[in-house]
Design a protein around this ligand. Sequence first.
Ligand code: NAI
Length: 346
Amino acid sequence: NRHLLQAPRMLARHAPAASFASAQFKVCINGGAGGIGQPLTMLMAMNESVKEVSVQDVTMAAVPPAGVAADLGHLEFPSKVVGYATDPSKPAVDQLEECLTGCHLVLVPAGVPRKPGMTRDDLFNVNAGIAKGVVEACAKFCPDAVIGLIVNPVNSIVPAMAQLYKNKGLDPLKIVGVTSLDIVRANKFVAEITGKSPTEIEVPVIGGHAGVTIMPVFSQDPTSATISADKIPALDKRTQDGGTEVVEAKAGKGSATLSMAYSGARFGSKVLKGLAGTPTDECAYVASTVTELPYFSSKVTFGTKGVETIHGIGTLNSYEQGRLKEAMDQLSKEIDKGLEYAKANC
Ligand code: NAI
């Protein structure tokens, strides 16, 4: 449930003593001084199950991570926030020991975002290198943590990093691609069309996280299932193009940051709830056997060890069956690109 974000807590004074006792998790945000990183760090620092947040970014970040940490360290929540600045010309693994040791959840919005006219794929080489530095350090200092990769292109970077974990003898299911923003957008767009509250809508979005691989399954949510079939293709397309809508509206000054931070915190809060003992579902992009592709996003139950159950895709109508084929054809190529990178670099 999306109220796990606890934003309403801001409005009500609360008894700190009671809530401090339940704070048990250490969370790291890599790229935490960036457009997504800052609001995401803020939302995770406001999660009352979090005892410590590491904000990591590079030395030349627009704002020093120590500044973000000092700022967020004044919020009246249990979390202690600590900043870490690293030199990108040196291996991350040599610099992140204190930052990552003891982490339960690592969220990675570090990387370069899209500019108008760019696809997520254009970002691959630079961002895969950044992700690799962080993930290698996680393998060494917090191998049991769930790593939520936000850095694009998720479709290729997740297979590459999961392969890196496999090569090190670690569990590839610790590597999870965050696709929650696609769900959030689908829910909101359905709410706008139907006049229902978005809090009552939960559209599963399966496949991957780019273009046609983003596949909202409108037939599986009771509210979106009432939308007439002739309106579905445009709604499907708008969900796929939600990121581009923001990139264009920001006119070269960034991509989706605030809605992504919200979605990253939605994902992170669900993972922490699972780790705390309440199994919680969210669609996410993981190593998978639910289709013939080795990586796929479908509903995942997060439990005390992270990914607990990967659910099948359920019943699709004929439009969705056609879309699944289209999504899989494209996703297959993007997975291969990630696996090729892993072969050469990991
Ligand atoms: P941004 O440029 O505002 O922030 C990125 C941050 O990463 C910067 O502070 C930068 O200094 C930092 N960084 C660069 N190299 C680093 C390194 N080696 N270690 C640690 N930090 C490093 O970009 P923004 O808008 O926050 O986007 C970040 C990433 O998230 C991009 O790859 C973007 O495409 C992706 N994204 C993913 C979405 C999703 O749904 N999964 C949605 C929107 C964006």
